[in-house]
Design a protein around this ligand. Sequence first.
Ligand code: NAP
Length: 526
Amino acid sequence: MPTDAPDQMKITYTTSAADMEKIHAAFDKALEKVRSECGRDYPVYINGKEVRTDLPPIVDTSPIDTDLVLGRFTSATVDHVNEAIESAYDARLRWEKLGWRKRVAIMREAANLVRRDKIEIAACMSLEVGKNRMEALGDAEEAADLIDYYAQQMEDANGYEQKMEKLTPIEDNTDLLRPFGVFVCIAPFNFPMALGCGMSSAALVAGNTLVFKPAQDTPWTGLKLYQIYREAGVPEDVIHFVSGRGSVIGDALWQHPKVGGVVFTGSKEVGDRIFKGFSEKWVKPCLMELGGKNACVVMDSADVDAAAEGVMKSAWGLQNQKCSACSRVYVHRKVAEEFTAKLLEKTRAISIGDPTERDVYFGPVINPAAVATWERAVEIGKKDGTILHGGQRLTEGPLEKGHYVEPTIIKAPPTSAVFKEEFFVPILAIAEVDSLEQAIAETNDVEYGLTAGFFSNDKAEVEKFFDEVEVGVIYVNKRSGATTGAWPGAQPFTGWKASGSSGKGGCGPYYVMQFMREQSRCVIEE
Ligand code: NAP
């Protein structure tokens, strides 16, 4: 029953201002609470048991202020990973035999618990990732919807079990989808709740057991997700939590022979390594959602203000650290000047600072490596083109202790590396084009194929863009975000080319079945 209590309100990335006062008050309270919990030591969880080591922990600091230690997380070892996988392997038939209806009930409870805690989880993500309030709240809300959506898929498919035709009167034929066994789930830093939750809940509801590794920049949010699953009723041997460094335990996670499948969201570099190394003895499912270099095309028939607004939001939301972020624009020469002027005006107007504050839109990047990548991209931009906005690190006053850089717009020829490489930091490249054909060719001339935005008021142009652009997600005339904004059950999220492995993505109707394999059963009854 919806009420007007803040934790019961549906909050999305584009929620109107109407209920914001209550939400902000609740966020302030939650922030105070999670701040009071900072600096604690956390174990890894194997079989529900707390495990600690003498190894130096992962010291989880806030990108807003690196003096703020959010927590010290145990660095799992390869032995821990092996133990977790063995235990998950032993539990796999029991979890499957529990039956899909009971698993669905547990998952729905997990969704309820995410909703119960969503403002606190959002406050935690704001500190840990540097998300602004709405981005953080949207991430938590999406996580709950993802669990429900995947549970619904099991229900709608009747657990993926069906009676089949008989070839002879004496046979009984059944076809069912069954889990693979142990799934390893490896999450990136940027959507630590929604993506961790989406991948893991689909694997679990399908009947797989799980070893979960969050990114080393976001173990705090990852642990909150693990705790919610356990509270919801996921047994201790069905889910295991291993915070650790990818460089230490990453390979061990997928090299263990008892792992049946990997679900991974992260960079192309790491994804390639896993995909190529995983299937040593036989081909195993390796569900990968990888990077993007997402273009927006602005045609001369477009609503130029909507295009500039949409690009501004998709380029600077979460400091361009979304796989769907807009990082390049091809604008028709006839409207290039007007578009660029509006984009610059809107970019200058964004508020930069501590993203836990209510009116701040643009926060820090995640870590020093991201700052170095940003500096390298700025140098490429200076060499190949012109910096239209930004280009400086921000180190003054309250920004001194955080990883702050300016949102940076570079005008360059489309051949420049600023149009080809995924930097995953606030860099936006702009080039002018003369035709739709040229814009489509440029859009496709990268290895990635995740999202694209298109602004045009010509239906034939829109159809041509849909047909010829090689990406999994296309948004047309979307002022609220030119290339961003997936949501479970509404806008699925699939990467083509180097952006994904299966061609069927999260938030969509084909997701859960990828965590299962078919078994045909024929019984002769004479
Ligand atoms: P990343 O560096 O690839 O890390 C992703 C995860 O892989 C982390 O948990 C990391 O652990 C782990 N890892 C590192 N080495 C490993 C290995 N050898 N084996 C197994 N796991 C290993 O990515 P990120 O920087 O967290 O996230 C940004 C990237 O994710 C971008 O490329 C972005 O486009 C992509 N992304 C894609 C989507 C999508 O849906 N397509 C969504 C979000 C993000 P450590 O953190 O400990 O290194």
